[in-house]
Design a protein around this ligand. Structure first.
Ligand SMILES: Nc1ncnc2c1ncn2[C@@H]1O[C@H](COP(=O)(O)OP(=O)(O)OP(=O)(O)O)[C@@H](O)[C@H]1O
Ligand SMILES: [Mg+2]
Length: 296
């Protein structure tokens, strides 16, 4: 299903966190949300999976505002794998964790049905967690847990996947495998990724958040420009499409010195230099919220 985030404003404890954030993921698109630590990515995801009500603006899945849906109806549509996810898993096996993904499909008194069993079995196999399906979840490694949490999200049969740094604990091969798997599901996905190279390989579009505002959005090559990479991330890098069609971000060994970032900044009449002394909460001057709705 299509995801639309429309002019979102979020304030936490009287601190403005997100300003006028808009983005769009078309049906089946994988949209990467990137930005430095503290730029507001997880906060934005919370609004999308209906855990944080925005002060202003709307989140729509398909044609429905998520806050007009019941929590259960919203949960049926949206599968999540979050930062520090897992919750209280004491004593649960891997299969039991994956089966939790079926909860939004159940009425209070309903029993497990064949459909649930099939969804859990499929997700366990798809995510490669069959070898440890009967183990205590708590005994798994970080990367194994990530796979299980993705299996839980897929067992839910969601129309939208919301992923917060899914790949953090994964080894390089596992990253590629899981991203291929997500691509193969065809489910509309909004994924926070810290690894820009991975974002470039995986995503149809990327949205760059900086200090709570969208500073660029669109096809990877249009967005991850040397200027954005310098201004927002403080690194000297370029983005290229290689002969095999894969888009890669190539970094130079040294991060930009602060003075260079400042110099770049004065030339660019735009985003702020890094590192910011305090996370300022005003959008960068001249930064427009753009919507990621053109296919590249
Ligand atoms: N209750 C709160 N009151 C004030 N500020 C908050 C509150 N909760 C979060 N923040 C701040 O909001 C900002 C955005 O946080 P968020 O978790 O969305 O960042 P992020 O982009 O996901 O960062 P990371 O890459 O480190 O995960 C941070 O500066 C954080 O400290
Ligand atoms: Mg975060």
């Amino acid at each position: 299903m299509k995801l639309t985030v429309d002019q979102l404003h979020i304030t936490l404890d009287r601190t403005p966190i997100l300003h006028n954030v808009s983005l769009e993921a078309r049906e089946g698109d994988i949209v990467g949300l990137v930005g430095p630590n503290g730029s507001g990515k997880s906060t934005l995801l919370r609004a999308v999976y209906r855990s944080l009500r925005p002060a202003e603006g709307a989140v729509r899945i398909g044609d429905d505002d998520v806050w007009a849906l019941s929590p259960r109806a919203a949960a049926r549509r949206t599968g999540t794998v979050l930062q520090d996810a897992g919750g209280n898993t004491t004593g649960l096996t891997v299969t039991e964790i994956v089966a939790l993904g079926r909860a939004p499909h159940h009425g209070l008194l309903s029993r497990d049905r064949a459909e649930d069993h099939q969804a859990v079995t499929d997700a366990v196999d798809r995510c490669g967690v069959r070898p440890f399906a009967d183990r205590d979840y708590a005994s798994l490694s970080g990367g194994e847990r990530q796979r299980v949490l993705l299996a839980r999200a897929l067992a839910q049969n969601p129309r939208l996947l919301v992923l917060d740094e899914l790949t953090n604990h994964l080894d390089i091969r596992a990253r590629f495998e899981l991203l291929d798997l997500i691509r193969a599901t065809g489910i509309t996905t909004l994924a926070v990724l810290h690894d820009l190279d991975l974002a470039a390989r995986l995503c149809d579009h990327v949205v760059v958040l900086h200090e709570g505002a969208v500073v660029a959005a669109g096809p990877v090559l249009d967005v991850l420009t040397p200027k954005i990479l310098a201004d927002v991330f403080g690194v000297r890098a370029r983005t290229e499409r290689h002969g095999d069609g894969i888009i890669r971000v190539l970094y130079e060994a040294q991060p930009l010195a602060d003075e260079e970032a400042l110099e770049d900044d004065s030339r660019s009449e735009g985003t702020r230099p890094r590192p910011a002394p305090e996370p300022a909460r005003e959008p960068p001057v001249g930064a427009a919220s753009t919507s990621a709705n053109e296919k590249g």
